[in-house]
Design a protein around this ligand. Structure first.
Ligand code: FAD
Length: 620
């Protein structure tokens, strides 16, 4: 064997999962290879050039807190930034950035090319080398063999990819890219459960053919948000405007005319599509009473005229697409630059993975991204980072890291996938997390950066910036706890306009819990406010929500007892008296690794958990 072709970690696929996976493994000191079809498409956004949004920005900030690339690339490529749910509580606030797809890709590529321990090679992976129950390498389309301690598979929508426009279809990984057929066939020979999913994208439109005069403008936020904990607004390129328009009854009539040539409605597409990002034909079919749907008109970049009409993803025939687009206000003379299409692809049942994202039956093989049944760059990136980390840990003979649901959205994502599986493309929402107040986007660094540092994922600069912030928060909280305001004092009088009823002595920390008062109302009392707004924000949120946060923490502590109660992989649920056959079946299918995970399966009652606990104690 040529030892120069041996790697500790090989990552197949340079999309959002693959780039985070190889960067994570390389940051941890592993000799890593990224094998991808085309170096020019590293970090390519297959669909909307936007990062973040509700639930998703939490994942981006977690990737960032662990040293990943997505948030940094967004700060360098983002051409419009907004904070969604800004008036709601901090748990559901979410940062979203429209990106220039060229700048975003360039930023990802630069990070990859400057990452020590990482080599990139442009080749399709055609085969996996499997010895017994272990994956030991990869064979490329040219027949080159690369051996590895671990392999991470992140091939996105490419495995057996089939593109549909009307009743026409052809093989493809996404428009303009080849599918991955050889590898798909090979994977179907292995003991893996494969099914099909589908997703779609709208036609793109040339901005020069659009009449913006009647469209509603939508600008980004001021002050400008940033995505990365290391980011600053000076890094952002020029900021631009988006617009809003709507479909109308005429659009809907035209779209209905195409139903008999729709691959979805005629049964040509078998895969299930994303429920929360349906095609326009699906929306019109399902919500027949609605006579209009909103469309966000979003620029694809600073150096192109192409626009992304967000909300009209479609796989209808091109003639219908063109007529439907031209029936929309502002788009009367629109020139379509690329047709919309749907793509069907192979995905693997995520219930066959361990929490480390390693396959249960093939050691050393990790799965991340769209192939696990998810949709979205952020979901892919988060899994990539986790799979890359665990592949590196295995290569270093260390225990895996499996974040819990109360630690990270990454933990929620993986736990949902592995315990429940998915029948449709899975996307993240804040509502999926039961400990939302603890898992905020503003405290992802506080939750994860120290863990990342211990794993070897977080470099010196990030660690220093984080430590300084954490110390500053602790100092300010200590000052607030030990600074007192006496009723009747000059300080209390200054607050009277907001709280006239001060009757005793209060610490600033107590006062900050009051809804009428903000950090800025109190910070200059007997001291000076901190200048770093992010420190002030942490002090304020921790005080305002302390009651709720403590209650969530108590729930977590109670559950954690179960979290540590392991259920053997071969545990025989049939011997547990009192469990219904249905419950037994669910547990046998899911094979939860701990009692806490069993308790989160739908239909598994606390009574069932108690019964299993009794048997586990007997066996233990
Ligand atoms: P990808 O980004 O697909 O990357 C896969 C990478 O693997 C590519 O670089 C590819 O070249 C490489 N590769 C594949 N096979 C091989 C091989 N054998 N050897 C070497 N390299 C290989 N997400 C949403 O959230 N909302 C949407 O509305 C949406 N619409 C979409 C519409 C379309 C048409 C497509 C294609 C995707 C859409 N997505 C959408 C999904 C989003 O693009 C993916 O979730 C995300 O890109 C997944 O990241 P990934 O890293 O898993 O895979």
């Amino acid at each position: 064997m040529n030892t120069s072709h041996h790697y500790q970690v090989i990552v197949i696929g340079g999309g959002h999962a693959g780039t985070e996976a190889c960067l994570a493994a390389a940051r941890m000191g592993c000799k890593t290879l990224l094998l991808t079809h085309n170096i020019e498409t590293l970090g390519q956004m297959s669909c909307n050039p936007a990062i973040g949004g509700i639930g998703k920005s939490h994942l981006v900030k977690e990737i960032d807190a662990l040293g990943g690339a997505m948030a940094r690339a967004t700060d360098l490529g983002g051409i419009q930034f907004r904070v969604l749910n800004a008036r709601k509580g901090p748990a559901v606030r979410a940062t979203r950035a429209q990106a220039d797809r060229v700048l975003y890709k360039a930023a990802v590529r630069e990070i990859l090319e400057n990452q020590p321990n990482l080599q990139i090679f442009q080749q399709a992976a055609e085969d996996l080398i499997v010895e017994g129950e272990r994956v030991t390498g990869v064979v490329t389309a040219m027949g080159l063999k690369f051996t590895a301690d671990t392999v991470v598979l992140t091939t996105g929508t490419f495995l057996g990819g089939k593109i549909h426009i009307g009743l026409e279809n052809y093989s493809g990984g996404r428009a303009g890219d080849p599918p991955s057929i050889g590898l798909a066939n090979r994977l179907r020979e292995l003991p893996l459960t494969v099914s099909r999913l589908k997703t779609g994208t709208p036609p793109r439109v040339d901005a020069r053919s659009v009449d913006f005069s009647d469209l509603e403008e939508q600008w980004g936020d001021t002050p400008l948000p940033v995505m990365s904990y290391l980011g600053n607004v000076e890094q952002h390129p020029q900021q631009v405007c988006c617009w809003i328009t709507h479909t109308n009854e005429q659009t809907h009539d035209i779209i209905r005319e195409g139903f008999d040539r729709s691959p979805m409605f005629t049964g040509v597409i078998e895969g299930v599509g994303p429920r929360y990002c349906p095609s326009i034909e699906d929306k019109i079919n399902r919500f027949a009473d609605k006579d209009s749907h909103q469309i966000f008109v979003e620029p694809e970049g600073l150096t192109t005229h192409e626009l992304y009409p967000n909300g009209i993803s479609t796989s209808l025939p091109f003639d219908i697409q063109e007529r439907a687009v031209r029936s929309i206000k502002g788009f009367e003379n629109a020139h379509i630059t690329r047709p919309g299409y749907a793509i069907e692809y192979d995905f693997f049942d995520p219930r066959e993975l361990q929490y480390s994202l390693e396959n249960r039956y093939l050691k050393g093989l990790y799965f991340a991204g769209q192939i696990n049944g998810t949709t979205g760059y952020e979901e892919a990136g988060a899994q990539g980072l986790l799979a890359g980390t665990n592949a590196a840990l295995r290569a270093q003979d260390k225990e895996p890291w499996c974040p819990r649901r109360d630690e990270a959205y990454i933990g929620v994502l993986v736990d949902d996938l592995i315990s429940l599986g998915t029948k449709e493309p899975y996307r993240m929402f804040t509502s999926r997390a039961e400990y939302r107040l603890l898992l905020r986007e503003d405290n992802a660094d506080d939750r994860l950066t120290e863990i990342g540092r211990n794993l070897g994922l977080v470099g010196d600069h990030r660690w220093q910036v984080f430590s300084e912030k954490r110390d500053a928060v602790a100092r300010e909280q200590a000052r607030f706890a030990s600074t007192w305001v006496q009723a009747g004092s000059a300080e209390a009088k200054a607050l009277e306009a907001k709280i006239p009823t001060l009757q005793r002595e209060y610490s600033l920390a107590d006062l900050l819990k009051r809804p009428e008062l903000k950090y800025t109302d109190l910070a200059n009392i007997k001291g000076e406010a901190v200048t770093d707004e992010r420190v002030a924000e942490q002090v304020e949120i921790a005080a305002k929500y302390s009651g709720y946060i403590e209650r969530q923490q108590q729930d977590i502590d109670r559950l954690r007892a179960h979290e540590n109660t392991q259920i053997p992989v071969d545990f025989d649920y049939d011997i547990v008296q009192g469990l219904s056959n249905e419950v037994k079946q669910k547990l046998c299918d899911a094979r939860p690794q701990t009692l806490a995970r069993a308790s989160r399966l739908p239909g598994i009652t606390p009574a069932a958990i108690s019964l299993i606990l009794v048997y586990l104690k007997k066996q233990g």
